[in-house]
Design a protein around this ligand. Structure first.
Ligand SMILES: *Cc1c(COP(=O)(O)O)cnc(C)c1O
Length: 354
């Protein structure tokens, strides 16, 4: 059996390779990958071919990526909030540290499409050290989000030194890793990796899953290994047109995630990133879907629907309107079944003093 490095090395990155597996317009695909590279590892490719368009559309280059003049390359202003290369400090107490420029697959809708797989993304041991040094100098940082690229594509040794260095900083209380690996290259999640990670608790892992078909025997086993290592698992899902913008699909995903011990965390509105317009939905679609989830599933299964707004606003949660009216006597509320209720108010309107 191949190990994860071998699987990754056999990834499909050229038009010629891809055309052996999928019917494509080679000229168009060639044009797209000149701008935005392609990478589909054989595990994900095989699964996507078996399961169909919901998985394929996430990784197959689409000519519409090149005819998108509405959106911006870096709508979230990440480069502006980057005091040292590959570190984003947007919220006072949290930083995002990019430690890897590689991914198990290239998602066509990537928020960092401007960088991932392209020359602009240069992460070195030195840049990571500079990031860690920045965190050391900023005592307000108590939460470090390790991201990329995909951090879990680093070797166990590299992850070990990064996590040790971050853990060594006194004021850092929690460490989080964001990864698509458990769903996109589950073979990477080995018992040895789990052994390395478990040394650095409290460590959280947020896994990117978009469709219930991504939950396979292999990805379930990967999650089980991580959960058994005591790592709380969350999920992040990107709402994507023609892929998961459907109440049944999302409900099935959330239920399956809970069953493999992953707690849904965020449902992201797809960012207005240049090259991904054809995969974005309107906000109305997101609100409608989150209302359907709320009405049909346990609260445990319902992620927060958030929009990351351009111009440094950060993540803003959006909810259907349940609060119809609020005054000194009552709150008028709408239930999950759409019925209206009056809830008696408490006259003291301010929080108690502590
Ligand atoms: C999303 C994000 C975080 C973490 O946000 P949480 O709501 O705490 O999960 C931190 N920094 C940046 C730059 C982010 O984009």
């Amino acid at each position: 059996m191949k190990n994860w490095q071998q699987i990754l090395q056999s990834s499909v990155t050229t038009t010629e390779q891809l055309s052996k597996f999928v019917q494509i317009n080679t000229q168009q695909v060639e044009q797209v990958i000149q701008h935005y590279p392609m990478k589909i590892n054989p595990y994900f490719l095989k699964l996507a071919i078996k399961k169909g368009p919901s998985l394929l559309r996430q990784v197959l280059p689409d000519i519409r990526e090149l005819y998108d003049d509405v959106c911006q390359a870096d709508p979230l202003g990440e480069e502006k909030n980057s005091p040292v290369p590959n570190l984003i400090h947007r919220y006072r107490d949290r930083v995002l540290l990019m430690v890897s420029q590689e991914c198990a697959i290239y998602c066509r809708f990537c928020t960092r499409k401007r960088r991932v797989g392209r020359n602009g993304f240069k992460i070195t041991r030195e840049s990571i050290e500079k990031g860690i040094d920045y965190i050391k100098r900023h005592r307000e940082v108590r939460d470090v989000l390790i991201s990329g690229g995909d951090p879990l594509l680093l070797s166990d040794e590299q992850l070990d030194w990064i996590l040790a260095a971050v853990r060594d900083i006194r004021h850092v209380e929690i460490v989080r890793i964001g990864s698509r690996v458990p769903g996109a290259l589950p073979q990477r999640v080995t018992p040895h990796l789990a052994k390395v990670l478990r040394k650095y608790h409290p460590l959280y892992l947020n896994i990117h899953f978009n469709h219930p078909d991504e939950i396979t025997k292999e990805s379930s086993q990967a999650c089980q290994l991580l959960a058994d290592a005591g790592i709380p698992l969350g999920s992040q899902t990107v709402l994507l047109r023609g892929i998961n913008d459907n109440a049944e699909v999302l409900a099935a995903l959330m239920k399956k995630l809970l069953a493999i011990r992953v707690r849904p965390y965020y449902l992201f509105q797809a960012d207005p990133v240049k090259g991904i317009s054809h995969l974005r939905t309107s906000i109305e679609v997101g609100i409608h879907l989150i209302e359907k989830l709320r009405a049909n599933l346990s609260g445990m299964a319902v992620p927060d629907y958030v929009v990351d707004v351009p111009g440094n606003g950060g993540k803003i949660p959006l909810l259907p309107q349940y609060l119809v009216e609020l005054n000194e006597k009552e709150a008028v509320l709408r239930s999950y079944q759409g019925e209206i209720y009056s809830y008696p108010q408490k006259p003291d309107l301010h929080p108690s003093a502590h």
